[in-house]
Design a binder for this molecule. Structure first.
Ligand SMILES: [Zn+2]
Length: 204
């Protein structure tokens, strides 16, 4: 049975055992575009990836399933070399600690996502980045574009264009890197990991 056949079975829930770790060659490959109309497998895989992220952010499910929290997942991390990513960025509770009106600031499964334009300004998360495929802390600023415009297809074959800034922009760039065989630490300056180049935005 192929990996995608196994992961898209109705009874299967994606967990940490399905995620390959750094050193696995699939993480360094440029993934293949998916063609439309999508196969049922490609549709279900996208849904399972998003479901994994929801489980990983749910304290009860995450504990039960032994999941690390995640805001993004790319198909190559499941050893499936296809250009499919899922992103799920939660909104913060309000000042009184009540749940936000909308649970998610960004929720999407993107097929063949592509950065079609980006800001000149760079940005990095103040606390650096992590990755479900990397079981260690890697410190330093991961230098990315501050703002990007992304084009992608949804599962129905409809094209979307999305302007992203701040944290959402970073998350989507991290995942698009995965379908191009790039790891987040490739973008850290090895000699000066905390160097702030002029104009670079540091996102708290
Ligand atoms: Zn990652």
């Amino acid at each position: 049975m192929s990996v995608i056949e196994r992961l898209t079975k109705a009874s299967h829930l994606i967990d940490m055992n399905d995620i390959i770790r750094e050193g696995h060659p699939t993480l360094r490959k440029v993934a293949e575009e998916v063609s439309f109309p999508l196969s049922d497998e490609d549709v279900i895989l996208g849904e399972k990836m998003l479901q994994f992220l929801k489980h990983s952010q749910d304290p009860v499910m995450a504990e039960k399933m032994g999941l690390r929290g995640g805001v993004g997942l790319a198909a190559p991390q499941l050893d499936i070399s296809k250009r499919i990513i899922a992103v799920l960025v939660p909104n913060a509770p309000d000042e009184e600690g009540n749940p936000p009106l909308n649970a998610y600031d960004l929720e999407a499964v993107m097929y063949n996502p592509k950065i079609i334009s980006h800001s000149v300004q760079d940005a990095a998360l103040a606390d650096g980045e992590g990755c479900l495929s990397v079981d260690r802390e890697v410190q330093g600023y991961v230098v990315r574009h501050a703002r990007v415009t992304v084009e992608y297809m949804d599962k129905h074959g409809e094209k979307h264009r999305l302007k992203l800034k701040s944290y959402n922009s970073i998350v989507v760039q991290h995942e698009i890197d995965h379908i191009n065989g790039i790891m987040f630490y490739d973008r850290i300056n090895q000699n000066k990991p905390f160097e702030i180049k002029e104009g670079m935005l540091v996102i708290e």
